[in-house]
Structures are given as C-alpha cells and as structure tokens.
Unconditional design. Structure first.
Length: 333
C-alpha cells in the first residue's frame, strides 16, 4: 500500500492527519516531518515515524502522497523538492508569498510525474459547494455581485501567523479563501481597492471584474475572544440570490452541533423557487483529502481546486495589500 507523509506537526498538520484518518488512510501515514519532532503530537497518525530530514521522504519510493502544512515561506522549496521526486503534493494555501514563487511551484508541478493540489478547503464545505452547484446550474442567472465575510478571534495556535513576513498577514493567509470564491464566480479581476481603520481593524476590500461584476470581502482576525469563527457568502444574480453561513468554535471542527454549536446553513431564493437547508454535519478537510487522494490516484486533475485559481487568488490578496499601503485602487494586470 502506498504511504503518506505529513510535513508539519502543528495545527494544520493535525487537521490534515485527522482528515487522512477520516478518509480511511490513518494507517498509511508513515512519516511526520518537522524540525522539532514531538512524539505523539499528531494523535491521528498513530503509526507514523517522527523525522526531521525531508530527504527521507524524498528517497522513500513508497511515499506517494504528501501533505505540506508548514509556514508559507517554506512552501516553494518543499513543494518543488517533493514534485521533483514525483510525489503527489497537497499544499496548504497560500501557494507562496509572491506570485513569482507560486509560479515556480506550478512550473515544477507541470514537469513532475506527481501532481499538485492547493488546499483551498473552503471549496469543500458543503454549503459553498451547494451554492456553486446552484450557480453553475443557472438558477441565479448572471451573477452581478458576490459578498463574503470572514471573522475570527486573534489566532493563538501558531506564533508565526502574527509575523507578516511569515504569513503574509490577514489579507494573504486569511482572506485568500474569500478572494478565491469571488474570483470563481465573477471571473477575471481587474482592480482592487482596500480600506482599513487600523492595522488590527477589519478590512473592507472591493474587487472589480472584467465584464462588470463587483466582489466585496470583509475580513477581521481580531474579534473578541468567545466570538465564533464565522464565514459567509452572498451571491446576487439576475434571477435570484443565495446565501451560506458557517460559524463554529473552530473552522476545522466536523459539525455545528454539540460543543461546536453554531450555524451551518444555506438558502436560495430565485424565480424557480425557494430552498432553505441546515447542514447537520460536515467534514470539509476529510472531503478535501479524499478528493485529492482519488484524483491523484487517477491522473491528478484537480478541477475542484485548480492551481491557476489559487495563484489568481494570491494576486488579489497582494493587490489588496498594496492598496492598503498606497491608499488607492490597484490594477491587476
């Protein structure tokens, strides 16, 4: 049986390990690779060997699938090395901190006998997937605008997130999910304007699209402690509207019940009728890993999460950062 390696033993390393386990692959996790290994720090990978040397994974022909869950500045070098070794790579978002580095990773994937998928996990939430299906079926008509919000208390699970040189800051590490969504619905972004009342305050970003669509994103990573993680999206089309909202104690929790009480629901109001649905349970990380595993095993085509889309989302993130710095709209070439 082919084996799995996970690079990183922190919050996201654990999220990926739990996802592999939920996909029935816990016993296949062979390695946890990290600079400071702590035995047992990834409970879902109960059979894994903790190592510090990436070369062990590169040289192990039995390791076919690798989750990369490390700080963003390390993504390029790790992913390029894994792809050169012919591994199938599930790389946490963002691809990199610069578009140039992201393109280096994409080029390495194009030359590899392995494959690359960027872990834009929001694409695998059931509610987000349902709204995408409704839109693609034409129920909302031509989309005119998309609004997205993402709120969270200040994250405490990784100190490097507070260092903008490591994470890219809120607009890159956090808001990229929403930029990815509005790009997916509205097409080619041409101009970005961002405003923020203070360095730690909420950011409001407006993105103009070729063809006239407008996307708006509101992001805040400094909500009061006790406020749940909240993620919403609204679609406005010529023949209907749609809304999805998720709130929970943790974005990586499986469901919105019990200790993770919150909201997980979507609705569509259109000329074809109205639908409102609660989602009792959801496992987007598990669904993402299963999709990656299935696609990697059958040709490596990741239509639900293509690399060019991840790079396009990064472009919008960086344009939003530039707009905040310069206090003016920034064009995207």
């Amino acid at each position: 049986m082919a084996s799995i390696a996970i690079i990183g033993q922190g919050y996201m390393g654990n999220a990926h390990a739990a996802a592999w386990a939920s996909a029935g692959q816990a016993d296949a996790i062979k390695y946890i690779c990290t600079p400071r290994p702590k035995e047992g720090s990834v409970p879902a990978a109960k059979n894994a060997k903790y190592i510090t040397d990436l070369e062990v994974i590169l040289n192990d022909a039995n390791v076919k699938y690798v989750s990369v869950c490390t700080p963003t500045p390390t993504h390029k070098d790790i992913a390029v090395a894994l792809l050169a070794a012919g591994k199938h790579v599930l790389l946490e978002k963002p691809v990199a901190l610069t578009v140039a580095d992201a393109k280096v990773v994409a080029d390495a994937a194009a030359k590899s006998s392995g494959s690359l998928m960027i872990a834009q996990v929001v694409r695998f939430f059931l509610g987000y997937q349902k709204l995408r299906e409704v839109s693609e079926a034409g129920e909302l008509g031509k989309l005119l605008s998309v609004h997205a919000r993402r709120f969270s208390p200040k994250p405490t699970w990784a100190t490097w997130l507070g260092d903008e040189s490591q994470s890219g800051g809120m607009l890159v590490d956090f808001s990229i999910h929403d930029f990815d969504q509005i790009n997916m619905y509205l097409g080619k972004p041409v101009e970005v304007f961002a405003a923020q009342t203070s360095p730690t305050g909420p950011a409001e970003i407006t993105v103009k699209y070729e063809g006239g669509g407008i996307g708006q994103v509101q992001s805040f990573m400094n909500a009061a402690q006790g406020v749940p993680f909240t993620s919403t999206i609204d679609l406005l089309g010529t023949t209907g509207i749609a809304h999805y909202e998720f709130s929970a104690i943790s974005a990586t929790e499986e469901s919105s019940s019990g200790n993770n009480a919150g909201v997980n629901s979507w609705h569509v109001f259109s000329s074809k009728g109205n639908t409102v649905e609660q989602i009792a349970t959801d496992d987007p990380y598990g669904r993402q890993v299963k999709y990656f595993f299935d696609q990697a095993s059958s040709g490596g085509k990741y239509d639900l999460s293509p690399t060019p889309s991840a790079i396009a989302a990064l472009q919008v993130c960086l344009a939003a950062k530039a707009s905040l710095k310069e206090g003016r709209p920034v064009a995207i070439s």
